[in-house]
Write a protein that binds this ligand. Structure first.
Ligand code: A3P
Length: 913
């Protein structure tokens, strides 16, 4: 053993001899230098490659010179006020890929639409007040349309004729069986139109003379095999004209069988020459002779209405092909006569974040700065007045390599060539700052930096690092933006959520306009083309009709965020936008424009005024929001359920009873509105959720939080707001006879010395004509009567909520048998501890209501304003109101039954059920 050890020791000493150590270190050093050289070489080569040659993929040559066509084909539509700006969409099912795609595209374009799912037995109401309800009809499956029951078909076609409305549809049936003797041509319903499906096609060509083209612009033939299955058409009437054509690919597959069939050109020809076909139109005459052959097949067809006076566009593909998304918009705009059409103008703003922030070696060089300036000039040729917005955090300036420091000096010298916006002094996130003064002084250092370097800050625009503080709102950020910078406009990707991106919206908080920002796919770490996530192919797909192209297509206002590192290194941002903008110009008639951010902000909310009001969501239900939500804040201080009213139904009594439960806690009282916070219904909503949560205690594990604001029930905006912030909450609604509720409100107003209630009898109030009566009387009448249309208001509360999230309380029973009602309420709200209220509540003869049994065994009742003494309602009013609410109450009964809710006793008795 000893010998072995000694032997090993000798070996180690021999290996670690001074000579060997020197040799090893020298080799290591040489290798390191060599490695660094290779790395440096690599960097240079890659950068050199893309920066100076632009040779990865040529900017598209759109062959536009060869197209002899009218530049602006937008058809001028007659003003038609007889039809509303809404689409009617018939889906086979909401689950199909095409169905989902159509919905996303309509949402992206912000078109309003109603959806009918599944088999069409009855058509929805099409006409309302002599006006057409829908400006365009869309069928996911053309065969559902041709297969309509004759009666429905006639009705729909008549509607289309009478209201000058067209139909967009898709024809892409899956084959159920295949054989070698396939007969390709099938007849489409009773139309003089044949089709063949499940084909592989190539060489897509737009018909530049097609009438529907508005956004779409025929740039060139898209050569090569096209993805997915296609249907092609054959016409037997001159009502049809091709919007685009394709050629058959040599081979196709029958997808559902997996069988590989060979297309024998000589055996079958899907496109049969027929005398009525306008060959000229199918050849378009646009492109040089090699494309003018007779084997082109229509892939999107326009029916001009010459056959049955209904205009249609039929797509032989399921919207997977990017250009069809453009044509889909064009078809809708054409067939709705411009009622559902996006304008052609698109605002483009490109922000560059973190101007002086970045890891050494990844910042810009002087050449990059010059390239940026040149690119700005280049963009101005397409987008007049375009200017990059440069965002800065001053602290890290001159922290890069010497050549990067030089570049920053050059940038500062060129300061007046760009627009600037503040980020944060050291790129810190706003929600890390607890108080306003700390955050403001931080921002102020950055402001002094801007003053020192004369940065042009005229546009009142700012961006917060990591979106922090913008949404979810951190009030100190808004306060300091006002105080330090006079900010009017900002942008974020986080409202209401990052995904789905087509649903990003804007809002105004504290008079600062928050605009939605689009993703262009360039992040701080996206520096080298080869390392682009998914590889260069993904980037090119994004540009060539993919995600980036779609942002231009659908959004009238595009704010993109790029980063300093995207303009150094491979200058990927220049590479991307140069190609993206060229692609947009090639394939669309969109007109790109630039406006300073505050002008964009103004225009945005002029166009979408309904977005001004924010819709607060729970920050803890979105992972990204949670990351930029202050650690000092908790989402636990939000109610588990809300008692929403309506007023005068016993809401205070229920609130009081619930508070007797040991597990339940409510909000602290408000100075102005006492036990009610009234957050969701009025101006308080704009104070934000921090303000709201401040009313609630931090709950312990078993505590159930709730609030009661009886004003919520009948206010239109409230159900949506509650659902957005408290999606899992229960909603408690108390229902008494609406006539009694009206009378109770009238008495309430009298006891508050309301002059109108004192002047007029109850009968005069409820019976007053809405036209011609004094406004105070009408206002009182509304407050008495309108909340009593329970079914109408309840419908809004059921929207987006499960039925078990709505708890219905019989308000009459609450007066008579509160312990029984409380048993039901506790169960419906899912309380773990169900307590017996019969020991807590006793009837007080003098008060005429149930009151609380105190620990001293005394009775404590609600104050004078609850359970008032007043004469019974007169018979005339009673009869009037019974009739007045008859229909609404019948509807309420049906609704409660369909929701599987217990029917209040008073309602059952009235309705005789
Ligand atoms: P009246 O005062 O017209 O009788 P709200 O709290 O929603 O404003 O409702 C007030 C109504 O609650 C009262 O209307 C009363 O009828 C009813 N109520 C139900 N239970 C009560 C109770 N235990 N004590 C007092 N009022 C009660």
């Amino acid at each position: 053993m000893q010998a072995i050890k000694r032997n090993m020791w000798m070996k180690v000493r021999k290996i670690a001899s001074p000579r060997n150590i020197v040799f090893t270190l020298t080799s290591l050093a040489t290798f390191s230098v060599f490695y660094m050289f290779i790395e440096w070489q690599n960097r240079e080569t890659t950068s050199f490659h893309i920066k100076d040659h632009h040779s990865f993929k040529p900017v598209p040559d759109c062959s536009l010179g060869r197209v002899n066509r009218n530049e602006n084909q937008a058809v001028k539509f007659p003003e038609n006020t007889q039809t509303r700006q809404k689409a009617l969409l018939f889906l086979k099912s909401p689950q199909t890929q095409l169905g989902r795609k159509i919905v996303v595209l309509l949402e992206s374009a912000r078109f309003k639409f109603n959806t009918q799912n599944g088999e069409i037995k009855n058509l929805p109401v099409l006409i309302d007040d002599n006006k057409g309800r829908y400006g365009v009809i869309i069928f996911e499956d053309m065969l559902s349309y041709t297969g309509l029951h004759q009666w429905n078909r006639d009705l729909l076609d008549k509607y289309c004729r009478d209201f000058n409305v067209g139909i967009v549809s898709f024809l892409h049936p899956k084959r159920t069986s295949v054989s070698h003797d396939v007969e390709f041509t099938q007849k489409l319903g009773n139309f003089p139109l044949n089709y063949a499906s499940n084909l592989k096609v190539k060489d897509y060509e737009l018909n530049a003379t097609a009438r529907i083209l508005r956004i779409a612009r025929p740039a060139e033939i898209i050569t090569g095999l096209l993805p997915n299955d296609w249907t092609v058409f054959e016409f037997e009437h001159n009502t049809y004209t091709p919007v685009s054509t394709v050629r058959l690919a040599q081979a196709y597959e029958a997808h559902d069988t997996g069988q590989d069939l060979r297309w024998d050109k000589n055996k079958a020809r899907p496109f049969r020459q027929s005398p009525s076909v306008n060959r000229q139109s199918s050849l378009f005459g646009l492109f040089p002779s090699e494309s003018v052959t007779d084997d082109r097949l229509p892939a999107v067809v326009q029916d001009l209405g010459k056959y049955d006076q209904v205009e249609r566009v039929i797509f032989g593909e399921a919207l997977k092909f990017w250009l069809h998304q453009v044509l889909f918009l064009d078809a809708i705009s054409y067939l709705s006569r411009g009622r559902l059409a996006l304008p052609l103008e698109r605002n483009v703003q490109i922000d560059i974040d973190d101007m002086f922030v970045g890891v050494k070696g990844t910042r810009m060089t002087s050449d990059d700065v010059t390239a940026l300036l040149n690119f700005q000039e280049e963009l101005r040729e397409t987008i007049p007045g375009f200017s990059f917005q440069l965002g800065f955090s001053g602290k890290f300036i001159f922290h890069g390599e010497p050549e990067e420091t030089e570049a920053e000096r050059l940038l500062l010298k060129l300061h007046d060539k760009f627009q600037w916006f503040p980020h944060m002094w050291s790129h810190m996130q706003a929600h890390w700052f607890k108080n306003v003064s700390q955050l403001c002084s931080y921002m102020d250092i950055n402001r002094q930096f801007a003053v020192r370097h004369k940065l042009n800050m005229s546009h009142g625009y700012a961006v917060s690092p990591h979106h922090a503080g913008v949404y979810p709102v951190h009030q100190p950020l808004y306060d300091c933006w006002h105080r330090i910078w006079n900010i009017t406009t900002t942008s974020t990707e986080e409202y209401p959520h990052l995904r789905p991106d087509h649903k990003r919206r804007g809002f105004i908080h504290d008079s600062i306009k928050v605009l939605p920002r689009q993703t262009c796919g360039l992040f701080t770490h996206t520096m080298i083309l080869d390392k682009y996530p998914g590889g260069p192919t993904t980037l090119h797909e994004n540009i060539n009709g993919g995600l980036l192209f779609q942002t231009f297509l659908f959004n009238q206002f595009n704010i993109y965020m790029t980063h300093l590192s995207n303009y150094g290194n491979d200058r990927l941002a220049i590479y991307t936008f140069r190609r993206a903008i060229k692609f947009v110009q090639c394939w669309t008639n969109l007109q790109l424009r630039y406006d300073p951010p505050e002008v964009v902000g103004r225009k945005y909310f002029e166009l979408y005024p309904e977005e001004k009001d924010p819709l607060w969501t729970n920050p803890c239900l979105d992972k990204r929001h949670k990351e930029i939500y202050s650690e000092d804040k908790t989402c636990d201080r939000l109610p588990n359920f809300v008692v929403v009213g309506p007023q005068k139904t016993g809401t205070t009594a229920l609130y009081w009873f619930l508070n007797m439960h040991p597990d339940v806690e409510s909000n602290r009282p408000s100075d102005k509105t006492f036990e009610e916070v009234q957050f969701f219904s009025g101006a308080n909503y704009y104070k934000g959720i921090d303000w709201y949560m401040d009313y609630f205690p931090v709950p312990s594990i078993d505590t159930i939080l709730f609030e009661k604001s009886a004003t919520y029930f009948d206010q239109e905006v409230v159900p949506r707001r509650v659902a957005a912030l408290l999606p899992k909450s229960h909603v408690v609604v108390i229902l008494i006879d609406p006539a009694k509720r009206a009378y109770s409100w009238y008495q309430h107003m009298r006891s508050h010395d309301d002059p109108t209630a004192l002047k007029y009898s109850f009968y005069q109030v409820v019976n007053a004509k809405r036209q011609g009566s004094p406004s105070a009387l009408i206002s009182l009448q509304r407050r008495c009567l309108d909340p009593g249309f329970y079914a109408y208001h309840l419908e809004r509360w059921t929207d987006g909520r499960r039925s078990d999230q709505i708890v219905i309380v019989d308000g009459e029973m609450l007066k008579e048998k509160p312990a029984v009602v409380m048993q039901h309420v506790q169960k419906a709200l899912g309380f773990k501890n169900i307590i017996d209220y019969s020991k807590k509540l006793k009837f007080d003869q003098k008060k005429g209501f149930f009151c609380q049994v105190t620990e001293q065994k005394r009775l404590k009742c609600l104050g004078k304003s609850k359970g008032r003494l007043y004469p019974d309602m007169d018979d005339k009013s009673q009869m009037f109101l019974t009739k007045y609410y008859q229909v609404a109450n019948t509807k309420l009964l049906q609704m409660l039954k369909s929701m599987n809710k217990p029917v209040p006793k008073w309602l059952g008795e009235q309705q005789g059920s």
